[in-house]
Design a protein around this ligand. Structure first.
Ligand code: GCU
Length: 440
């Protein structure tokens, strides 16, 4: 009887217990659904280390190459330099999108050689007119079917898309949680801004899977294979740029790459290793992206590397127990990116990706941008940091891990200042060319 009573007692309280468990999970920083806020306090934390030696990194090509090599050796594995890229003829998906604002095309892009070469579909929306148009290349979590649900683009299995993953109850819940644009491409906004929009599904190239990802990378062929999916996805941007060179309305000096979260990490990597990139948008890139590996808040590099071992090189594993001794940290990745303009997007409730340490990383790298004649981060802390014209633009909005309308506004403002306004554009392109010359 007493056992039965105890079971009943437990069953009656079960919903309450589950609710408490759920709320404590949600409110802790251990989940990407965090309802708590990122701290705005930066003065009470240690400066990012190792310190950046700005004059050396600006003037010495060896110092730059050494630092890139350290990131390859420890975190990302080798950049697959020389991996063959081929692309097929563009197919017109729709001659007229958004009441005549643009044209939608699709280009098959193949990376690697031999039987293991991998092909993905690059979808390209071009504004109507002669151009040249700057372009932003977005690498996505969702298949092209969910990104372009209104158009007959090719599905990952080679057929024509029939519905989006965002249809139905689950899809609408995902959209509520992760934002209107977590999958859906805001084509109208980009076409109105005169910016071409290219997009591909990262897993269409190298699957985001701890089993299949490494197998696909190893089979790619080519002189050097990537050993982390973050590096491979970064090379996906490079392959997309190669294919876009054949599209004459695209301005070759107006190429931006963009990614959210895991693909934000890859967008930053691409900007460092492929200097044809003129601007980078890394939204909520978190650990192994713009957030410091030594940070004690948020997801943490160690947890990320355990949950997603295929994202990083296996050489990170021995460091996970003593990240304070890691020879590199992510402010140095941002320093390597300079003077290529970068927008780092953040949500105040996205504690998981650690906005606070991303801000400290940006603050430390800002001097590299200033050394190249770009605007650095404005003074005034995290809430006053956003200046679209800065070389390093740091954006904070309320809310969590998502892509919402105001993010798109900030992305477009940033791209317009850096890739369209003639005077800024010349300065930015020139600054990077001077820099590349100085480190040759
Ligand atoms: C997970 C992961 C993060 C990553 C995120 C994303 O939450 O822990 O590191 O940034 O997925 O890609 O959305």
């Amino acid at each position: 009887m007493s056992v039965l009573k105890a079971i009943l007692w437990f069953l009656v309280r079960l919903p309450l217990l589950l609710m408490i468990l759920f709320l404590s999970l949600v409110m802790s920083s251990c989940t990407m659904l965090g309802l708590n806020y990122a701290s705005l306090e930066v003065d009470n934390k240690a400066a990012p280390s190792p310190a950046i030696d700005v004059p050396v990194l600006v003037n010495s090509s060896e110092a730059r190459a050494d630092l890139m090599e350290q990131f390859e050796d420890i975190l990302y594995g080798p950049w697959p330099e020389g991996m063959p890229v081929k692309w097929g003829e563009a197919r017109i998906v729709s001659e007229d999108i958004l009441d005549g604002k643009g044209v939608l095309k699709e280009i098959p892009v193949t990376v690697g050689q031999g039987e293991g070469a991998s092909t993905f579909m690059l979808v390209l929306a071009l504004p109507k007119g002669d151009g040249p148009f700057p372009v932003v290349i977005n690498e996505t979590f969702s298949s092209n079917c969910s990104v372009f649900p209104e158009y007959p683009v090719t599905s990952p299995d080679g057929g024509v898309c029939d519905g989006s993953q965002m249809d139905g109850v689950v899809g609408s819940l995902v959209t509520k949680m992760f934002g209107e644009y977590i999958a859906y491409a805001p084509l109208d906004r980009f076409m109105d801004a005169g910016i071409a929009y290219a997009s591909f599904y990262g897993s269409d190239f190298v699957p985001d899977s701890r089993e299949q990802g490494p197998a696909v990378m190893a089979a790619l062929g080519g002189p050097i294979q990537p050993t982390s999916t973050l590096m491979a996805w970064a090379y996906g941007f490079t392959a997309a740029i190669d294919a876009l060179q054949a599209e004459t309305p695209i301005d070759p000096d107006g190429i931006a790459v963009m990614g959210h979260s895991r693909f934000g990490k890859s967008a930053l990597i691409a900007g460092v290793w492929d200097r044809r990139i003129d601007a980078v948008i890394a939204h909520q890139s978190g650990f192994a992206g713009a957030s410091l590996s030594r940070s004690k808040t948020g997801e943490g590099l160690a947890r990320m590397a355990k949950t997603y071992p295929h994202w990083l090189s296996q050489d990170i594993q021995p460091w996970l127990g003593h990240l304070d001794e890691l020879p590199v940290d992510q402010h140095e990745l941002l320093a390597l990116l300079a003077p290529t303009p970068v927008l780092l997007g953040n949500g105040r409730r996205d504690v998981w990706s650690d906005p606070n340490s991303s801000f400290r990383a940006a603050l430390a790298a800002s001097a590299m941008y200033e050394a190249a004649g770009q605007e650095g981060l404005p003074a005034g802390g995290m809430q006053q940091a956003f200046e679209p014209s800065a070389g390093i633009a740091w954006w904070l909005r309320p809310g969590g891990h998502s892509i919402v309308s105001e993010d798109i506004d900030s992305f477009i403002a940033f791209l317009q200042t850096h890739l369209q306004a003639p005077s800024r554009k010349v300065t930015a392109v020139q600054a990077r060319e001077n820099h590349v010359d100085s480190v040759r």
